[in-house]
Design a protein around this ligand. Structure first.
Ligand code: GLV
Ligand code: MG
Length: 327
């Protein structure tokens, strides 16, 4: 468990390549999740938990968050959405019982900024009442329908607690009547492009515009690892930071797919060093220079910065160093 102040300042940059979904109703699965190498674990009170099991699940989650055995995973709880009868009690019970051991609340089916503000207000009162640092618990809004997507910028900026924007493909597909039952795969009959492209790009653009992380949702065919890798590869290529995972084999794949390749990471660090050197007085204060066969300039350095930061956050080590030209 990190100290509160470190937690609050780190949350938007902590690596979230793999986000493991765990039903709050299963003590066994929660126990197992503690030892898995997912970057984030979210304990679910929403769709993975039957209505009659929700009260017990809250108690399981509080006990689990307060227990030993966790690694350095980001610990999150998904509450029920604001249109249900459960949301307020989910938040109150979890934060009162285990607020010091909770990094964020995942809020599903968000439709507007008001729903984020409502959670923000409740969290602030609970943090005050329980002697917790105000603002330490983050919010991860989940975009799961057309209204949420239309209001995404207002949702993204509704509270300084917002750390990520999370796609919920299953609910989203249902909400727009997309004609498929296989989450993460293309709808049959749509043979042009990627049916998710607009939604993914809208989430990504809003996340980038507001300094948040963009997280792709689940791929439900857990035995189809190739399918998972394809879907994860697409959102990783666009620029997403991570994806939900439902099974240990998906964790490994997500951690790999959402980290830069070693050769790209090395190249990115090299570009940054070379650019810093050549733009310095010692390097001749030049703006555009050749690095091997490639011309690099300010824009190349920005692209390299993105890859280098992802690699550093994932704990990668460079395998080559920049040597300034002799003479
Ligand atoms: C996840 O919540 C989804 O709806 O895909
Ligand atoms: Mg959903």
């Amino acid at each position: 468990m990190q100290p509160d102040s470190q937690r609050a300042s780190n949350d938007r940059t902590r690596v979230r390549r793999s986000v493991l979904a765990v039903p709050g109703s299963s003590v066994k699965m929660i126990e197992k999740a503690k030892g898995l190498p997912a970057d984030e674990v979210f304990l679910d009170l929403e769709d993975a938990v039957a209505p009659l099991a929700k009260a017990d699940a809250r108690a399981n989650i509080v006990a689990a968050l307060n227990s030993d055995g966790w690694g350095d995973q980001i610990r999150v709880v998904r509450v029920n959405d604001w249109t249900t009868q459960w949301t307020y009690a989910d938040v109150i019970e979890v934060v009162t019982g285990a607020g010091a051991n909770l990094d964020a609340i995942l809020l599903p089916k968000v439709v507007d900024a008001g729903q984020v503000v409502a959670l923000e207000l409740l969290l602030t009162q609970l943090e005050q009442a329980n002697g917790l640092e105000v603002g330490a618990i983050g919010i991860e809004p989940q975009i799961e329908n057309a209204v949420g997507l239309k209001n995404i910028d207002a949702i993204a900026t509704a509270s300084p607690r917002v750390q990520t924007l999370v796609f919920g493909p299953a609910d989203f597909m249902a909400s727009i009547n997309m004609r498929t039952l296989v989450v993460g795969e293309q709808p049959e009959g749509y043979d042009t492009g990627d049916a998710y492209h607009h939604i993914l790009m809208s989430i990504l653009l809003s996340a980038r515009a507001h300094g948040l992380q963009a997280i792709d949702g689940p791929y439900l065919q857990i035995r189809d690892l190739d399918g998972f890798r394809r879907a994860a590869g697409r959102s990783a290529a666009l620029g997403f930071d991570g994806k939900w995972v439902l099974h240990p084999t998906q964790i490994e794949a997500a951690n790999e797919i959402f980290s830069p390749r070693q050769s790209d990471y090395d190249r990115a660090e090299l570009i940054l060093d070379a650019y810093a050197y050549h733009t310095s007085t010692a390097g001749g204060s030049r703006g555009a220079v050749m690095l091997g066969e490639e011309m690099i300039d300010e824009a190349s350095a920005k692209m390299a910065q993105v890859i280098a930061e992802k690699g550093r956050a994932a704990g990668m080590r460079r395998t080559s160093e920049f040597t300034p030209p002799a003479g």
